[in-house]
Ligand binder design. Sequence first.
Ligand code: SF4
Length: 364
Amino acid sequence: MTETALLQPRRRSRQIQVGSVAVGGDAPISVQSMTNTDTCDVEATLGQIRALAAAGADLVRISVPTLEAAEAFARIRAESPLPLISDIHFDHRIALRVLELGVDCLRINPGNIGREDRVRDVVESARDHGVPIRIGVNAGSLEKEIQRRYGEPSATAMVESALRHIEILDRLNFPDFKVSLKASSIAMTVVAYRLLARQIEQPLHLGITEAGGLRSGSVKSAIGIGLLLAEGIGDTLRVSLAADPVQEVKVGFDILKGLQLRSRGINFIACPTCSRQKFDVITTVNTLEERLDSVAKPLDVAIIGCVVNGPGEAKEAALGIAGGEPNLLYRHGEVVTKVENRDLLTVLESAIRQELEREEESAR
Ligand code: SF4
């Protein structure tokens, strides 16, 4: 099996535009997160958006639960470095207000708005402002009638719910939407996306909802989102963690990096360590990860503890250190210098920074 056979060809979805970011079609799979500050606290929310932007987020979603929050949302958007999605439940007046004040995408389920004339007003306003809609189905909040009929949440129940909302947009001839189908169960989520992916052409927003804390939630998200991405399904993603939203963005990129679908920042290839290690691999990797956290340019760096796997891995990466007597620093497959343990961190960090600069210069 070849490496590329792992990934099935990407499902061709209809591209939509969320502000400056294209979602679907052949656009890069975007990474998004959601603020957890009080939306009415404009400064705190903007601070979090900036932190998310620094971590590489493409899009940010913000809850807009009240008309007061809609006014705050407008002030936030005026200064936001990233396109913003407003998350609205039920209240069409809030949707109309954010559309009037400026928004890049509306997350609202048309079937939950209520009266037909209200749904039409929101959809017409979204059309007039060139704003797409995200339909977000969640296994925990399916319509009562669907819940009654299915007894408990299931992939087919979620798809039925999504199709109801989609039908409303179809009737109003509004094709600029994307859909998410989230459950905290990996199996239910994956099956639901597979079913819907065959029935519509719109982009799909992936996520495992309420996945858990940083470690367990990242693992669940990586399995669920990773399975779908490997099948070519998915145009944008959010990793939902009970953790700092910045971590959601980092894990999102790690999933995309792991599947070689997008690259960002330093990709450390490090051995798990054992008694053969000739230097402290774990401290070296953790310290460099922290020091180079803000680097956005992709670069492969191998940090391997001994000669068992060291030279092989170090030669494959742009830069690599192989533990030994002496430790050897490789650059593009060639040994460039010997490094003493006490100098290892300093030498590696400056070699990485120089390499990034060199690459930047040659790209000019
Ligand atoms: Fe141990 Fe060497 Fe393998 Fe690292 S590369 S885990 S130090 S044998």
